[in-house]
Design a protein. Structure first.
Length: 77
């Protein structure tokens, strides 16, 4: 999967797989925080603006193939 992401210009470090059970809440929180920091180090999604947006920036709906950026607000849908 990382090679695929690298191949399309997304940086394979944007994906990570971890195994945690429901009893490992602390480990999950730590892993999520680490991944968030890694994404911040990597920077914005380079494909975010690759697909033209037909809507104004104040509207949340995006082109169906647009890749969301980690800094985007959560969807209300």
């Amino acid at each position: 999967m990382r090679k695929l992401l690298d191949g399309i210009g997304l940086n394979g470090r944007r994906i990570q797989m971890i195994n945690v059970s429901s009893a490992m809440g602390g480990q999950f929180a730590w892993s999520a925080a680490e991944m968030t920091e890694e994404i911040k180090r990597i920077g914005p999604n380079p494909l975010r603006d690759a697909i033209p947006q037909e809507r104004h920036s104040h509207q949340q709906e995006r082109h169906p193939y647009a890749v969301p950026n980690i800094t985007d607000p959560p969807s209300t849908a």
